[in-house]
Each structure stands twice: as structure tokens, then as C-alpha cells.
Design a protein around this ligand. Structure first.
Ligand code: FES
Length: 594
């Protein structure tokens, strides 16, 4: 039986929905790693030999922009513009229109024409793909003009991290509820104290959107509380290749109304309210973002997407919210050896955070939302054993980003505090209106100062003594189930205590992924090598339940060394995204072990 058959598929509320077409991506051109490396700075003319279609790529430092080689006027072919001394423009062979490919704007005729850009993606081995999203701006279908909003008609309340509670007329919608318990095994904890009525708020929602499967967005501890009260709460997720709720059955959480919706199609909730889920250009297999529209006013939530909708997003929305903080990776804090000195790591983190801050500020400036809110970065590594990560994994300050935005644009910014409510109508009318944002009452606790670690650590610890680990053949069973091989990499896996010292009696073994063998010694051939030390409770919990390795890597539960110092994308991508959907069959394994 197909796993999806257990879900209720979306049933549009209003007629006319079937006129929309689901957004798809088409690969128009693939460049091998060698061809991608050979791209010269400036303009490159390329042809797909199979289809005979022509493309123009403009390379500037590390950024590549691309479009079809087809003039917007009457489809003429562009050639090098010999009058262009800067090497940025091309000229149409038909009627001499000129296009600046560094900006994708036409120079002649001057004014408003822009060339439609293609999505440029790097594949797993540093090749390049040119993708066309079709339709590129699906939110433009069946457009609506903004109507008058009464004060209080649209209210957005921040709860925690990436969780917003939206009142939209007489409907309530909640984004990404993580309100209790940890995320990523035991690595992430809530920074903000959620409003005390969070469960009431969730129970009152008409719909909940969950952007992706990461546990700071899909929080089973939170959903468990909710399901206890409203198992039939309508939840909406995008139709990602790795299903958001791939692990629902195993989680033990009883939710009966999960709806998977296609990308790029308006989902009509009532006559005033609709929403559209879009895919991420970098992680289309698992990540999504959303546009909510009420009476023609758009709210854009790009959540964690690296390149939401391939970089094409609606401009001048009423409210935009996005991530901003950084720090959602084990790199480089959990690495050691070679260049990974404390000084190098600190410099790297500082530079990366600054880059992210500038990127977000530029994105907001380009998209010109009326109001912008940085969110989805309010977590802390509060377990005492993660003190080192907490101290080194510096995150961006939302106020710093907002100040940068305000300096460069007239976008209104909102740094949310838990329980604070933004009245969209008031803020659109007059951003200085003192009732535009209602802060939580004086004396409300904003930051958490204690976390209930024990029950969650107990769950992880329960895996340590599981019977499967009495038999060393679990290693072969697990990695065979995982299905990653034919790749020249040798990994040493070491089970550790809290401080990443070998766990007494724990496993310490080699996996050769070239032939999926488990040698006693490293092989004599040339091979890349990684050493992965993992806290025994977390690795055994992950192994036992067939979970993704995000819990280990993003949750800071490993320490890594690698030689040479290269990122094995195929390996990590497999264990973080592509593991089988059903867990290993340990019952059968134990029966065979006798
Ligand atoms: S087709 Fe390009 S200028 Fe007319």
C-alpha cells in the first residue's frame, strides 16, 4: 500500500481551482562539473545539443545568472554586443534590442522590460542545472486587488521560533508549531517562553501549515499535546518528495487530517482567504514556503528556504517573515583537526552570519514588503552538556537585521516577542499607530530559563540498552538498510559519552562505503576518511528508529574529523534526507539472532 493512501487529499472549497496548474520544474540544461568549472567570467553562450535550445549564462565571481537565448520582442537570437565594452550585454540579431545579462534588464528599448531568468542550481557533484519553474509566478493567477481591512480583522501573534498564530477574518491559521520539548534529538530548545495559552490557540486553529520535516517545524512533542485534544485538526503540507510526515506512524501521534497540497496552486479556504505553498529551489525535496492572502493582502512566509521558489517571490506584500539567525548546522562547531582551530571557527561563523544578514537585508530591500519580521531562529543549545555549542554558535540578532533594513529602505520592521500581536490593518494604515503592535503585558516572561530535559533524555536513553545492540551484527543490518554504497569513503563510527569520549563498552567500528564492508583496519587503497563520534543515546535512538541523521548533525550530537577536509555531500545528503521511509525490521533481526 502506498504510504500516502492514509492521508486525506485536499478538497478545494471553491470551484475554479482546477483551472490552476500545479507548478513543476523542468531541467533545461545540465552542465557537468568540468563544464561548470570552464564557465568564463562574464557572458557565456551555451546550447543544449539534445534539444537545440540556446542559453546565456552570466558569471560574476561565484554567482551565475541564466536565461534562454530568446529575445522578448519576437524571439530573435542574441549574440555578443560588440559595442559593449564591459562585457555585460548582448544584441538581438533581428531588430537590435539589447539586453544587459548582468541585471537581466533590456537596455534598448530602455525602461521596463526584464528577461525571464532561469533557476540555476548546483547539483550534488558541482555540476550546474538550469531549471524553469512553470508557471514562474503562480501567485499571479487569478489576481485580487487589496480590499479594505477593518482594524483587528487581521492579527498576527508570535508564539515561538517559527510559530505564528494568524487571525484572518473569522479563520485562524498557525504556522510551524514548536511549543514544547526539544528539536533535533536534544540539541535545540526554545529560546522564548511561549504564551501560556498556546495549546488553546492551537486547538482553535482552522488550519495549520507545517513547512518541512525538521523537528523545529514539525514538532512531535507539540503535536502530541494537540492531538490529545484535536486529532482531526486540519494540517497542510507541500507535496515534497520526502513526505513531511514520513514518520507519523512511528511517532505514535494520532493525527487524522493531514492534507498534502500541490505546489503553486491557490488553496481556497473561504471567499476571502486562500494560501499557496511553494517549493524551495535548493531543497525542493523537503523544504517549502507559503503565501497567505486575505482580501487581496499577501503575507509571505519564506521560513527556512534557502532559495524560495527558485528566487522569484512576490513584491510589495503586506507582511513578510523569514529566517535570519544562522547556526542551524553542526558546521563548523562540531569539527576538529586541521584548519578547525577555535580562532578559525570563530572567524568563519562571524563572516557567515554577516553574509546571511546582508543577504536577508538585500532580499527585503528588493522585495519591498510593507512590514518585515525576522523569525524562525529563536532556539538555544540549553542542555548543560552543549555549553560549548551555545557559546560558540553565535546567531544573528534580529534587531541588527531590522536596523540594517531600516537604514536602506522604508520597510517597517517587527522584532517579535512571544505573545505580541501585530494588527495588519493598523500597521498598513499608520506604522506609528501605538496600537499597531500590542506587546505582551508588563512582566511577561520572554526568555525561558528552565527546560524540562529529563523526559526527553529518558526516551533517548531507553535506546541504549535495547536488545539489538547485544549483537554486533546490527551494524551490518543497519547500514545495509540505509542503502548507501559504491562511494569511496571510509567512516569510523565511535559511540561516546556526553563529552565525546569513547563510551565504555560502546561500539567503535569502520564502514567502507565503497563495498559496504566493515573492515577491522582502514583499507590500503587511497580513500577519504571521516571519524564520527556520536553520543551513544542519540545514535542508538536514531539507529533503532531509522531516523534521519539531522538529529546527530544539526542537533550537535556528533564531533567530526575528516581527511582530506572535504564535504561528502552524497553521503550526508543520503543520511539526512534519503534514508528509507520505513525503519529497519529489528524484530526480524532479533529473531534471526536467536
Ligand atoms: S526579435 Fe529581438 S529585437 Fe526583435
Amino acid at each position: 500500500m502506498c504510504w500516502r493512501s492514509c492521508f486525506v487529499l485536499f478538497d478545494p472549497f471553491l470551484p475554479g481551482m482546477e483551472q490552476s496548474i500545479e507548478q513543476t520544474t523542468e531541467v533545461l540544461l545540465c552542465l557537468s562539473p568540468g563544464e561548470a568549472a570552464d564557465l568564463k567570467e562574464g557572458i557565456n553562450f551555451l546550447r543544449n545539443k539534445k534539444t537545440g535550445k540556446d542559453f546565456i549564462l552570466y558569471k560574476s565571481k561565484n554567482r551565475v545568472r541564466a536565461c534562454k537565448n530568446m529575445c522578448k520582442h519576437q524571439g530573435g537570437l542574441f549574440i555578443k554586443d560588440i559595442e559593449d565594452l564591459d562585457g555585460r550585454s548582448v544584441r538581438c540579431t533581428k531588430h537590435n534590442w539589447r539586453l544587459d545579462v548582468s541585471t537581466m534588464k533590456y537596455i534598448n528599448p530602455p525602461g521596463s522590460f526584464c528577461q525571464d531568468e532561469l533557476v540555476v542550481e548546483m547539483d550534488e557533484e558541482n555540476g550546474l542545472l538550469l531549471l524553469e519553474l512553470n508557471p514562474p509566478n503562480p501567485w499571479d493567477s487569478e489576481p485580487r486587488s487589496p480590499e479594505h481591512l477593518a482594524f483587528g480583522e487581521v492579527q498576527i501573534t508570535y508564539l515561538t521560533h517559527a510559530c505564528m498564530d494568524l487571525k484572518l477574518g473569522d479563520k485562524r491559521m498557525v504556522f510551524d508549531p514548536w511549543l514544547t520539548g526539544p528539536a533535533f534529538a536534544r540539541g535545540w530548545w526554545l529560546l522564548h517562553e511561549p504564551p501560556s495559552d498556546w495549546l488553546e490557540r492551537l486547538c482553535q486553529a482552522d488550519l495549520i501549515y507545517i513547512s518541512h520535516m525538521h523537528s523545529d517545524h514539525l514538532s512531535y512533542p507539540t503535536l502530541k499535546e494537540l492531538a490529545g485534544r484535536r486529532p482531526d485538526i486540519p494540517i497542510y503540507v507541500g507535496n515534497t518528495e520526502r513526505p513531511v510526515f514520513w514518520n507519523l506512524n512511528q511517532s505514535g501521534v494520532q493525527l487524522t487530517n493531514i492534507n498534502i497540497v500541490p505546489f503553486g496552486i491557490w488553496q481556497q479556504v473561504d471567499k476571502n482567504l486562500r494560501f499557496m505553498i511553494l517549493m524551495d529551489g535548493v531543497h525542493p525535496e523537503m523544504d517549502t514556503c507559503i503565501i497567505v492572502e486575505y482580501k487581496g493582502h499577501k503575507i509571505l512566509n519564506t521560513v527556512d528556504c534557502t532559495r524560495p521558489n527558485g528566487g522569484r517571490l512576490p513584491e510589495k506584500v503586506a507582511l513578510m517573515m523569514s529566517d535570519f539567525a544562522g547556526g542551524a548546522s553542526g558546521f563548523p562547531m562540531t569539527f576538529s583537526g586541521g584548519k578547525f582551530t577555535e580562532e578559525w571557527k570563530a572567524q568563519f561563523i562571524k563572516a557567515e552570519r554577516k553574509k546571511l544578514l546582508n543577504y536577508k537585508a538585500r532580499l527585503v530591500k528588493d522585495l519591498q514588503p510593507r512590514i518585515y519580521c525576522p523569525f524562525a531562529g529563536y532556539f538555544v543549545e540549553s542542555h548543560p552538556s552543549d555549553k560549548y555549542i551555545k557559546e560558540t554558535n553565535i546567531k544573528n540578532d534580529p534587531n541588527e537585521l531590522n536596523n540594517l533594513i531600516k537604514k536602506n529602505s522604508d520597510v517597517v520592521t517587527w522584532t517579535p516577542r512571544p505573545g505580541a500581536t501585530l494588527d495588519l490593518s493598523r500597521m498598513l494604515k499608520d506604522p506609528t499607530d501605538s496600537k499597531g503592535i500590542i506587546e505582551p503585558p508588563e512582566g511577561t516572561k520572554i526568555y525561558k530559563d528552565s527546560w524540562d530535559f529529563e523526559p526527553y533524555l529518558n526516551i533517548l536513553n531507553a535506546a541504549v540498552g535495547d536488545d539489538i545492540f547485544l549483537h554486533s551484527s546490527w551494524i551490518k543490518e543497519y547500514f545495509t538498510w540505509a542503502g548507501f554504497k559504491d562511494y569511496n569513503l571510509v567512516v569510523r563510527m565511535i559511540e561516546t559519552d556526553e563529552d565525546f569520549s569513547p563510551f565504555p563498552g560502546g561500539y567503535d567500528y569502520l564502514v567502507d562505503f565503497l563495498d559496504l564492508s566493515f573492515p577491522k583496519e582502514r583499507p590500503s587503497r587511497e580513500h577519504p576518511y571521516e571519524e564520527i563520534r556520536s553520543r551513544v543515546d542519540v545514535i542508538r535512538h536514531v539507529v533503532k528508529n531509522g531516523l534521519l541523521w539531522d538529529d546527530l548533525y544539526i542537533g550537535f550530537q556528533t564531533r567530526l574529523q575528516r581527511s582530506p577536509d572535504i564535504y561528502h555531500h552524497l553521503f550526508w545528503n543520503h543520511f539526512q534526507i534519503k534514508l528509507p521511509l520505513t525503519p529497519p525490521n529489528w524484530r526480524s533481526f532479533l529473531m534471526h539472532c536467536g
